[in-house]
Design a protein around this ligand. Sequence first.
Ligand code: 13P
Ligand code: SF4
Length: 366
Amino acid sequence: MPAFGDETLKTALPYTDAVRAKTDHIYARVADVIPEIEWRLHAPYIAAINDLKKEKNAVILAHNYMTPEIFYGVGDFAGDSLQLAKEAAKSDADIIVQAGVHFMAETSKILCPEKTVLIPDLRAGCSLASSITGADVRLMKQKYPGVPVVTYVNTTADVKAETDICCTSSNAVEVVEHAAKEFGTDTVILIPDQFLAKNVAAMTDIKIVTWAGACEVHERFTADDIREIREGNPGVVVLAHPECPPDVLAEADFAGSTSGMSNYVKEKQPDNVVLITECSMSDNVALENPKVNFVRPCNLCPHMKRITLPGILRALQTMEHEVEIDPEIIERARKPIERMIALPLTRQSMYNHAHAPEVAAIEARA
Ligand code: 13P
Ligand code: SF4
């Protein structure tokens, strides 16, 4: 998907000497993945966004799936869902621009209700977040009274408002075990990602009740894909996101959140690696690990790709689209997120049992 639509190209900002002076140091970081001819389109937007951020006391929270010109060009904080939520909670900016999808912007608003939170494109949704409603969760609670509800952060504020504690892909196993202990149950409801739930179930003795949601990006990877990648690239290290189906994780060497995968590459410096996840991850991680060769099959998230530099600039200029949530929902949705953030969690990953000792060592250092 192009970073600039036809309409934007007609009104592209000029690449001037002033723009060059403001952005050359950024280009030096991304030159390996962005050709100069393309950079000349990005740079004027990067300069304008960075100026406007200062003027308006705004920060940009950039998810690991943002394209490199956003991730390195304008992002003030980058990371996985958990890290972005923590940054939102700490931020003293007046405005947060979420370079990510809508549920992430809602999380920022829930944690910072006094701030203006902007999402550059309202169509930046998520197949997991749209798979379940607050009413669905209320029905599940009626069916399983007394069973704690653990909700993946990839959900709407309405769903979080019905939740006991949130989790992300980096802490799901620990959160589930914590919830079972706190509620004195042997069963936990973990929604809405059926694959994350199955992957967690393989790592714990707690019984898991789940929902039929799936990530439209990660559900498309298959175990055959992994076997083909290994055949074509002997010795390649395979890292997979826990939203992938269980048979994909079973073929992987390591499973972790987007930051878990990034940390693995930084620490282990494998010769050859493949990230079984969204495409921009490899570009962003490759730039920080120039000695590592990245094998590139990947799937694009169409929602993440709705976020572009022209969109971010427009958001800061027009203050659209502001995320608004009913204050009563904010109050109820904040508790499960804060409970998650307050937990003393240690794991950075989920993993294939076959590789557990190696991964445990990485976790211990994280
Ligand atoms: P992370 O929490 O691992 O960044 O995942 C968010 C996401 O949407 C992955 O598809
Ligand atoms: Fe949602 Fe999947 Fe896109 Fe992540 S990659 S935002 S889970 S659709």
